[in-house]
Structures are given as C-alpha cells and as structure tokens.
Design a protein around this ligand. Sequence first.
Ligand SMILES: [Zn+2]
Length: 296
Amino acid sequence: MPELPEVETVRRGLQPVLEGARIARVEARRPDLRFPFPERFSERLTGKTITALGRRAKYLTMHLDGGPVLICHLGMSGSFRIETADSSDLPGVFYHERSKSAAHDHVVFDVVSPEGGRSRVIFNDPRRFGFMLFAEGLVDTHPMLAGLGVEPTGNALDGALLASLLKGRRSPLKAALLDQRLIAGLGNIYVSEALWRAGLSPLREAGTIAKAGKKAGEQAERLAAAIRSVIADAIAAGGSSLRDYMQTDGSMGYFQHSFAVYDREGEPCSKPGCGGHIERIVQSGRSTFYCRTCQR
Ligand SMILES: [Zn+2]
C-alpha cells in the first residue's frame, strides 16, 4: 500500500502536466475500480481546466474550474503514468512505453497544456483497490476526508499538538500513531521509522508521552520532529517503494534503501553506540520493527 510520501511524490510528478491543463478526453475502461465510477464520469471532466492538484492524507484531489473535485486514491497497487505527445511531427500520437500490465490501464486522461502540448495520463491498477470519486463543494467535508486528523507534513504537528492527541490514550503508541483520525496518512513503515528516530518503544502506552512534566514534553517534541523528518526525508527521496509501486515516470522509488528498521529484522541497530538488534514483532496483526535496546 503506497504511503503518504509515495502519494506526495505522485502528486509532484503529475503537477507539472496537470495543473493549468485542459482535459480534452477521459476514458474509463471499466465500470468500476474499488467503487463504481461516478455517474457521467467522463462527461463531467471533459473540457474542464485543472486549477490545482492537491493532496490530503493519501488522497489526491484534482480541482476543476467550475466543476467538482476529483478525489483519487491509489489503493494497493495504483499508479499514474505520463505519456507525452511527440510534438515534433506527429501531434496527437503518443510515445508508448507500454508496460506488460497495460491490461490494467483503467483510466486515461488526455490533457492539453496552456501552450498546446498534449499529454496522456494513465491510471493503472492491477488489484483495483484504487478509486475515483467526485466531491462537490468543499473537499474537506467529503465523507472520505471529513474525519481525517492532522497532516504529518509541515509544522502543524508539533510536540504540544501531538501530546494533546495522545493524552489519556491507553493503546500502544504505535497503534495510536496509525489512527488516521489523529494523524492522517501515517502508515506502518513510517511509524516504525519515526519511533526508532525518536528512541521510543512502539509498545509503550501512548498517553505516557502526554503526561505533565519535562520528560514527557521532550519525548512528545522529539516524536513530532521524528514524524515530520521521516516523512520529509522520504518525500525528498522520491517516496518509498513497495514491490508494485512505481513513480509517475515509471522508475521505482528508492527510499526503501534508507529504512533504519523496517524490514531489517536481525540486523544491528544503526544508532551510534547502541549495539542492539532490530526485532520484528506483530501488533494488531501488522509487523513492527524496532530496537528494544535504544527504544524505550
Ligand atoms: Zn538501537
């Protein structure tokens, strides 16, 4: 499942092609993905200009001039591919770098830039857990997005806010951090990574870093900074990459090489002077990787 950094990487890859462009044609090649496509899907998009391509948690939001907002989710295996027109002498004919999974190209957007350049943006999703829906009016009030917590990017998430979110919570710290109603878009990989950076155990009670006193305050500050930095580093590196995830230009992301704990069971902890080893435990049915020596 792509995590927030991958989705943000997709957004940044699509932004130069989509923002300001007019949608000339949309083709949905099947009636549904995880959900049926909205009624009059192609019709409502065709001819519209894309004013902005945004993101909220793991949802991409395509804002249309005078139209609805298209909410896209990559699901488990969704990816976008950009094919640019050969403007030299074959206008309208596209370079096809057809992957072997072209059978899973489910939605095709033909767009025209303000300068007249044509591009094709293709949504490919072998497992079809992705979806596209329309939001009318304010996108933040759409049922999919309304209950989402604070973004882990930017400076909104600081120690004080994190402490207020975790105050009184008896669940393990890792479980609380995965709760999308508290922090939106933080997933299994980056929670493990952030907890390692902050030197905090995934097993400790979440509320312990929200207690009164200097120590808890420092821990909350450290954890908030670790969450922000691990997400920012992953975005800077082009997103992490699970097996079936591709960047918009078709290349694989490479942040996975810099995971400190994720998928490193049995390896020495890389924190200087620690000497511990990375363990894998299962919490709420999902793998947690951590070092019990330096994460307390
Ligand atoms: Zn360690």
